[in-house]
Design a protein around this ligand. Structure first.
Ligand code: NCC
Length: 384
């Protein structure tokens, strides 16, 4: 009996001392929250819920900046571009019969948006000059496959991100248009493996594409909004911005620099997938360079980190990290169906929302990581 009492007393003393120590002894402070692993699991969960509320408020909204106001601006943009329908996108829109899950969506992208570049002999791209100018080796053979790739958007939300080292740690990095690294490398890194730019930028006098050192690094790819028909002859006669001669000039002045022309097929197959998987009508204009770059890298890399496409806590109305111009349209789109592109990407990401919120990074698996049945074009779709 006496031993029992002693035993109970001992047990109570040990328990109360432990409780006292746990409550009153100061714990090692957490350096909040540069490394997410440092955030306790429960806090991660509620942070992720809060972010989900803020960034992805309802399944159909994109973020805090996707307000009623932007909603109506987007509708006006869609109506405006549908009225002119510059690229002759057919009025009859097909939509998926059911909401595709991540794997189904990824398989749509994998089977219907392969990497396609213009080759000598394609449509009007014939003759000695084109034979000489267009690369003989296809891009997949020239580059990759890569294990880990970074897709760096030009968004001003990258400012003060200090993501440079992380971005450079990838095997390949793609940048867009005239986005510089010099002077911004702490936030966006130094490495440029590929640069995808639009034809408008290429022909712009200020850009001085033939002599500007920005365009001396990495593999270059140019794209131009083409007719929805993807008819190469029609496109050749009436490109959105006539960059063809300048392309040939560049190739003869920089013969060692790999430089490709993106095939119009890629932009419109990607557009089809965005439209088929969006309830509303989207702008009948090609996807943004950023969205094309994501599809391109999914063809070349096993894993892709996309920086500041879906906006993080640093989101801002400033357009680019390298200029001080306010324009919300840079993030949500006006000409390009960018809001809808972002909603689609949101459906295929593998990373957690708090990773996006904290770092501005989302992770995607490349096409090599998916086994997909061959594309079945009609049975999954509804006409409307
Ligand atoms: O702005 P831009 O794009 O060069 O940006 C490259 C890609 O980064 C993503 N982005 C950019 C800014 C931002 N705040 N959020 C983002 O998500 C987008 O995915 C974007 O595609 C283009 O897509 O080619 C675009 O090009 C510019 C412009 O032509 C070039 O910068 C050259 O000057 C277009 N702006 C204008 O025409 C005024 C832009 O609409 C699309």
């Amino acid at each position: 009996m006496k031993w029992n009492i002693l035993y109970i007393l001992f047990f109570c003393t040990v328990t109360s001392v432990s409780v006292y120590l746990y409550i009153f002894i100061p714990k090692k402070s957490i350096d909040v929250p540069n490394k997410l692993e440092n955030i306790p699991k429960r806090a991660q969960h509620s942070l992720s819920k809060a972010i989900e509320r803020e960034i992805f408020q309802t399944p159909e909204t994109l973020g805090a900046e996707w307000t009623e106001d932007t909603d109506s601006k987007q509708r006006n943009a869609v109506a405006y571009f549908k009225a002119s329908n510059k690229f002759q996108v057919p009025a009859k829109i097909t939509r998926m019969k059911h909401k595709l899950n991540r794997h189904e969506l990824l398989c749509q992208l994998k089977t219907r948006v392969p990497l396609t570049m213009i080759k000598a002999g394609d449509g009007p791209f014939t003759g000695e000059e084109w034979e000489k100018s267009l690369p003989k080796e296809n891009l997949e053979a020239k580059l990759g496959p890569f294990k880990r790739c970074a897709v760096v958007m030009s968004a001003a939300a990258l400012r003060n991100s200090k993501l440079g080292v992380e971005i450079d740690d990838h095997d390949a990095v793609i940048r867009f248009n005239g986005a510089p690294t010099k002077g911004f490398s702490v936030d966006v890194g130094n490495k440029t493996t590929l640069r995808l730019f639009n034809s408008q930028l290429m022909v712009s006098q200020e850009e001085k594409i033939l002599t500007n050192p920005l365009y001396n690094t990495g593999v270059l790819i140019v794209w131009d909004p083409a007719p929805y028909s993807k008819d190469l002859h029609k496109w050749y006669q009436m490109p959105d911005f006539n960059f063809f001669q300048l392309y040939k000039d560049f190739r003869s002045q920089h013969p060692d620099q790999p430089f490709y022309i993106l095939s119009p097929e890629m932009q419109w197959h990607l557009w089809d997938i965005i439209q088929e998987n969006t309830v509303e009508d989207i702008q009948p204009n090609p996807p943004s360079s950023g969205m094309l770059g994501i599809a391109l890298m999914m063809n070349l890399c096993d894993k892709i980190s996309v920086y500041e496409f879906l906006p993080s806590h640093r989101k801002t109305d400033v357009c680019h990290y390298f200029q001080n111009i306010n324009n919300q349209a840079c993030t949500v789109g006006y000409y390009h169906p960018m809001t809808f592109e972002k909603k689609l990407v949101k459906r295929i990401i593998q990373s957690k929302n708090y990773e996006l919120y904290t770092y501005g990074r989302v992770t995607l698996s490349g096409f090599s990581q998916y086994f997909c049945p061959p594309a079945n074009s009609s049975s999954d779709k509804n006409g409307s």
